[in-house]
Design a protein around this ligand. Structure first.
Ligand SMILES: Nc1nc2c(ncn2[C@@H]2O[C@H](COP(=O)(O)OP(=O)(O)O)[C@@H](O)[C@H]2O)c(=O)[nH]1
Ligand SMILES: [Mg+2]
Ligand SMILES: [Zn+2]
Length: 350
């Protein structure tokens, strides 16, 4: 097994050399079955138990990660560490806990996939774009099922308006429209991650590009254009002509986790406008000298974009407050431990 084909390169080698990895093999996590992970190493594919999580540390493994694997002959196989990621596409994990979920690690390109039928949703695309810019990977928008859509050109121009400078493709796995164009992203040693709702044709696209059935796809209930889940886990597959694709099960919602670069790139103009209001605590309602209201009235700022920004901004502020709360909680716990320790010292026990 040649790990270079799986994306091993100087970046990871450099990180590897900083570790004490004597007796270990570098391995890339190619499938996540929950309790177990499939890892590709020079010695072949290995099935490894998921290591015990160490809080929020890097041991939170994701498909696409490079890990230090130790094989103890006659005993077991262990993952000892994970290398720093080159890129990561994250979302806020579902549930009340404030937690990051890495959906795809070390992808070079992310295909943001929507189908051109009823699934098409510009607000969702905006969200994916923000997360993609924050991931560090290059986003490409792929609109599937062009064979099922009569107004492809209209939808394309909407997308161009929202994501300037990003490549956009309308494709069909049925008519093969656009398939050869997107093949250029499949380069030896490079990883493309497929992100999008369930049923948009991600697994079908992998099979179409591969020219063989590498992954199972779902039969769709045409009535509501939703499919049933068949892709149950994340999986990184090596393509016959080189390059890798990371297929993911559909995400129902994408809650923003990080938003530094993403919001800047997607809404830089809005953020600039806000700075130009006369009052720095402007609510953008009836205040005099409100740059936002002026831009909305003159048509310079679209109401839809403003609504999106407001909603995302609120969501991010909420998330930040939750993150902050978690941090304070951790500090409090620390504080309690320290004061307990101090008491012990006082009592002369330590
Ligand atoms: N008409 C049409 N159907 C497609 C296309 N690509 C996928 N499908 C169908 O959409 C359904 C869901 O595909 P699948 O690849 O499992 O979606 P995934 O959940 O995103 O992996 C399947 O019934 C596919 O046959 C396409 O380009 N055109
Ligand atoms: Mg699938
Ligand atoms: Zn204002």
């Amino acid at each position: 097994m040649n790990i270079n084909e799986y994306g091993w390169n100087e970046f990871f080698l450099n990180e590897w050399n900083k570790k004490n990895a004597v007796g270990m093999l570098p391995g890339r996590i190619v499938a996540d079955f929950g309790q177990q992970l499939r890892v590709v190493t020079e010695a072949g594919e290995l099935l490894v138990n998921r290591p015990v999580q160490k809080g929020d540390s890097l041991m939170q493994l994701a498909v696409g990660d490079w890990a230090g694997v130790e094989v103890i002959p006659g005993a077991d196989i262990f993952i000892r560490f994970v290398l720093p990621r080159k890129t990561k596409f994250s979302r806020a994990a579902a549930g009340i806990e404030v937690k990051e979920q890495v959906v795809a690690a070390n992808a070079d390109t992310v295909f943001l996939i929507q189908s051109l039928n009823k699934d098409f949703n510009m607000k969702r695309l905006e969200r994916y774009m923000i997360a993609a810019w924050d991931s560090g990977a290059v986003p490409v928008i792929v609109l599937t099922k062009a064979d099922c859509c009569e107004d492809v050109a209209d939808k394309l121009s909407m997308v161009y308006g929202t994501a300037p400078g990003v490549e956009v493709y309308a494709i069909s796995s049925v008519t093969r429209q656009g398939i050869d164009e997107i093949r250029k992203y499949l380069q030896p040693g490079r990883t493309v991650a497929l992100l999008g709702s369930s049923g948009v044709g991600k697994s079908t696209l992998v099979n179409t590009l591969a020219g063989e059935e590498l992954l199972k796809t779902q039969s769709i209930r045409e009535d509501d254009s939703r499919g049933r889940h068949t892709t149950t886990h994340r999986e990184l597959v090596l393509m016959p002509g080189g390059g890798m694709i990371l297929d993911t099960p559909g995400m129902r919602t994408l809650s923003i986790w990080e938003s530094e670069t993403g919001m800047d790139i997607m809404f830089g103009d809005v953020e600039e406008l806000v700075k130009h209001c006369r009052f720095h605590d402007c609510k953008h309602q009836n205040e005099p000298g409100c740059a936002v209201r002026a831009a909305l009235e003159s048509g310079k700022l679209e109401q839809k974009r403003w609504d999106s920004w407001l909603k995302l901004q609120k969501e991010i502020a909420h998330l930040e407050a939750k993150k902050e709360g978690k941090l304070r909680q951790q500090e409090k716990q620390w504080g309690r431990q320290i004061s307990k320790f101090q008491k012990e010292i006082y009592k002369g026990r330590v």
